[in-house]
Design a protein around this ligand. Structure first.
Ligand code: HEM
Length: 407
């Protein structure tokens, strides 16, 4: 008897090469034969079959379409994992999962903290932090793990400074955050981790009610005092900022460095280039690596059309930015890393109303971190073959769990 195979592919798919999205994604995106190319049903962990959207133009248009909701509590929402479904409920809901005026209200309260101008004021702090971490790395063990020595502490220290979270607690919040981003975490473990973090941040907000401070948590406390925000709402937003603020950037630093080490000609541009060349290189690494690699998740609130397919109200949609960022209709030779590409309108930070709030900060950190690391250690090399590097296929944010390097 021949086994009956499911004609609906499972998502996320398995990567072949750790530096490229799964080949199956490119097949769906580039196959011109189906009636509606670039859009297909996929099966996710709970057996449901949301639509997968893979082409750049469609993904971008869908991210800007208000008929697609980011509300994870709506029926049909294609959660990335069981734990994510449970975790979106009640007091744990942050504005990344809200729509319309409710989302706008929360986002507006923070926008002023993350403008390019405001973030530019952090440049000296980021530069000093990078120098201090590289000094410690130079004085420490060789070989070492680049993730623990540099890639993780940099964004962690910076987001702590901005929010007003004591970095002395980093082992605690990094561990809880890791559980939350782990797609294989049990629902209870994940909810417990987010509760623990939220209680911790609520405590810091309450401290500021008595003793005002000039940091993001202090700003939130002032709004709580004015009756514009509850402590739970404030701590849910703070949790989003703390987790999003270090996981993503840390993985971009480590995976981006590994990518550059595989492309010495490109590495030389980042190491020796001027500010404009470094800026362009960072955008290219964001595009090719797209570390938020399990799609933007949405659910249709009305019937709508994407790429010629009619999506019915209540159906789930996964917008595969990782496929869109390699769309050959948008970039020539999209699978090649070319840090000298000109315009680079990637969707690594998303697009539309939920577009990454922290992107000026992520850019600042990456633009300082890569060249500083490569200039300090011209002989930097990975000490193991790629097959021995623990890639983060199991996490909502892709990258490496560890990166053994010698310098
Ligand atoms: C949203 C990626 C760094 C805070 C997003 C989204 C993406 C993303 C793709 C859109 C989510 C969606 O549409 O569903 C990244 C990447 C980063 C990064 C690749 C680093 C390289 C940061 C940093 C912070 C941050 C440093 C905070 C300081 C946020 C917040 C949202 C968000 C608050 C939600 C915005 C909203 O819903 O209105 N990020 N992010 N991110 N990001 Fe980032």
């Amino acid at each position: 008897m021949t086994a009956v195979t499911d004609p609906v592919p499972t998502y996320p798919m398995t990567r072949g090469c750790p530096f490229d999205p799964p080949a199956e994604l490119a097949r769906i995106r580039d196959d011109e034969c189906p009636a509606e190319p670039g859009v297909a049903r996929v099966r996710i962990w709970d057996g449901s079959t949301p639509w997968l959207v893979t082409r750049y133009d469609d993904v971008r248009a869908a991210l800007a379409d208000e008929r697609l909701s980011a509300d994870a509590d709506r029926d049909g929402y294609p959660a990335a994992s069981r734990s994510r479904r449970v975790r979106s409920r009640g007091r744990r809901r942050s504005f990344i999962m809200m729509d319309g005026p409710e989302h706008a209200r929360h986002r507006r309260m923070l926008i002023g903290e993350f403008t390019v101008r405001r973030i530019e004021r952090l440049r000296p702090l980021v530069e000093q932090t990078v120098t201090a971490l590289l000094d410690a790395m130079e004085a420490g063990e060789n070989p070492t793990d680049l993730v623990q020595a540099f890639a993780l502490p940099l964004p962690s220290l910076v987001i702590c400074h901005l929010l007003g979270v004591p970095y002395a607690d980093h082992a605690f919040f990094e561990a809880q955050s890791r559980i939350m981003v782990d797609l294989t975490s049990g629902a209870e473990a994940s909810a417990a981790a987010s509760d623990a973090l939220q209680d911790y941040l609520a405590g810091l907000v309450r401290e500021r009610l008595d003793e005002p401070r000039d940091d993001v948590l202090g700003g939130m406390a002032a709004r709580v005092a004015a009756g514009d925000l509850t402590v739970d709402e404030a701590s849910a937003s703070a949790l989003l900022l703390l987790v999003a603020g270090h996981e993503t950037t840390a993985n971009m630093i480590a995976l981006g460095t590994l990518t550059l080490l595989h492309h010495p000609d490109q590495l030389a541009v980042v190491r020796d280039g001027d500010a404009a060349q470094v800026r362009a290189a960072v955008e290219e690494l964001l595009r090719v690596l797209t570390v938020t690699h399990v799609g933007r998740r949405r659910v249709a609130t009305e019937d709508l059309e994407i790429g010629g397919v009619t999506i019915r109200a209540g159906e789930g949609v996964v917008l595969a930015a990782e496929a869109a960022n390699r769309d050959p209709r948008q970039w020539p030779h999209p699978d090649e890393v070319d840090v000298t590409r000109g315009t680079n309108r990637h969707v690594a930070f998303g697009f539309g109303v939920h577009q990454c709030l922290g992107q000026p900060l992520a850019r600042l950190e990456l633009q300082i971190a890569y060249p500083a690391l490569l200039r300090r250690f011209p002989g930097l090399r990975v000490t193991v073959p790629d097959s021995e590097i623990p890639f983060r296929d199991d996490m909502a944010v892709y990258g490496v769990h560890a990166l053994p390097v010698a310098f």
